[in-house]
Design a protein around this ligand. Structure first.
Ligand SMILES: Cc1cc2nc3c(=O)[nH]c(=O)nc-3n(C[C@H](O)[C@H](O)[C@H](O)COP(=O)(O)O)c2cc1C
Length: 159
């Protein structure tokens, strides 16, 4: 599959998670378009905006908010491809901001797209076997579920 992986990261935590997701996707034989939404736009997606799967990642800003750079990227994405069914969301946050606001951006993005995929929420920088396993398991689940959706999509027979 062609996978678009776009994320925002201020201090590198979300980038670390994104790197692990990309490695897992590539190890499974998929092509990943990598977009750092802090400094790149959707135009950086060589081959165009259409992908089989979209993975969006963000850190969480003040009181559970989505960083403005990710909001801008989402607006661009929706303008280009609408709200894709095959879109999953991940991110990092800190529980010290309170349960209500923890990883608020991940929750807001998931709600905006109405995604049927589970969310991946990692506390701060991913570390240890537990986080690595959580990232791998989430990525595997998203990939498997997407293949199922694609196979169930009658549009693929129209070529
Ligand atoms: C100004 C500011 C506000 C934050 N607000 C929240 C918040 O409301 N909820 C949360 O879970 N984390 C919050 N955080 C923590 C970051 O989301 C967290 O450290 C994240 O892992 C940073 O990711 P990055 O290294 O990819 O930038 C905040 C951090 C900063 C700097």
């Amino acid at each position: 599959m062609r996978i678009l992986l776009a994320f925002c990261s201020l201090s590198g935590n979300t980038r670390d998670v994104a790197r692990a997701i990309r490695a897992r996707c590539e190890a499974a034989g998929h092509a990943v378009t990598w977009i750092e939404a802090d400094v790149q736009t959707l135009a950086a997606a060589t081959g165009g905006p259409e992908h089989d799967l979209y993975l969006l990642g963000a850190w969480t800003d003040n009181a559970g908010r989505t960083p403005p750079e990710m909001k801008r990227f989402i607006a661009e994405l929706v303008e280009a491809v609408g709200k894709p069914e095959r879109l999953a969301v991940f991110g990092t946050g800190e529980t010290q901001w309170g349960e209500e606001y923890y990883c608020g951006a991940v929750r807001r993005m998931a709600a905006f797209f109405g995604t049927g995929y589970p969310r991946l929420e990692i506390e701060q920088m991913p570390h240890g076997e537990r986080d690595a396993r959580a990232i791998d398991r989430w990525t595997d689940h998203v990939l498997t579920h997407t293949e199922t959706l694609r196979n169930a999509d009658p549009a693929r027979f129209i070529a």
